[in-house]
Design a binder for this molecule. Sequence first.
Ligand SMILES: *Cc1c(COP(=O)(O)O)cnc(C)c1O
Length: 352
Amino acid sequence: MNKWEVNVRRVVPYTPGEQPEDKDIIKLNTNENPYPPAPAVREILDKFDISDMRLYPNPDSEILVKAIAERYKIKPEQIFVGVGSDDVISMAFMTFFNSDKPILFPDVTYSFYDVWADVYRIPYKTCPLREDFTINPEDYKVENGGIIFPNPNAPTGVLESVDMIEDIIKSNPDSVVMIDEAYIDFGGESCLPLIEKYDNLLVIQTFSKSRSMAGMRIGFAIGSEKLIKYMNDVKFSVNSYTMNTITQICGAEAVRDEKYFRETTDKIIATREYSKKKLKKLGFEFPDSKSNFIFASHKEKNAGYIFEELRKRKIFVRYWNKPRIDNYMRITVGTVDEMEALFRALEEIVNE
Ligand SMILES: *Cc1c(COP(=O)(O)O)cnc(C)c1O
């Protein structure tokens, strides 16, 4: 080992899902939206004057912030935008989780939380989900340096009630509580109305799933003006120009097209409900999902085996060889055609 390596910030990075080049692959592994972004995004790109690339982008992403503020009927000062919600959550960890007490999140959850905690040297403690993958609110009524969990949770798809979450927030006036609502638009009830009551609540959402724009990298947080100000102070101390100009304008157009948003999210919800019935018939069990994925386990066949067999048939789903979830696969809800291809393959695999 070189001497300089003693001073390296060593981390075990997050492992993203595979992004294969092969277009024939049916990709149900990273919870992307199977439908294209709102049609107005096409027009924006056709009209864009490349000479504008000479200029730095607006550091406050004003156009996008304004569009989000109008859509959610809140003040622009209550919105922080970032390059995907991963960027937003990372900034939020850096800004708010600076206690010696551990931050709390579920044992089965988004696998980026422990990575950010490690990279920023934040102590953390995981709270085991109940057997049915629901959260026990009592676990979050202990001394802590902050709280974060997704609602619906990932990779389980389980939705918690706003009442239960409010109970947790109420019990934690001394910590910042973050609710990661990456999948809330697929039938869940958002905690957004609670931000008017609790100035320590941060609600985080993304354009990656329900607005079909994972490749553009747009995420945002909504909270009290005070929280947002603190986050912007940190952001402007790291990198002022995070979000590029094209992304800002495309994001603003996308958020204005409410009709298209409803149509596509409704289609995904309908396909999810249909898929639940099909999977049950094939012998799968799963917690009820309110997201754009289903976390399924088969009664007889091992999940790791099914995952590999699907892969051979060019169908990608997500599998983690981790405690408690090593017999589950997470299946993103695609188009009806994609799901039919999946069911045909599963029928072969489970009945062979
Ligand atoms: C997908 C996802 C995110 C991050 O999405 P971005 O593409 O970075 O906006 C954050 N949290 C959860 C739980 C997710 O599943």
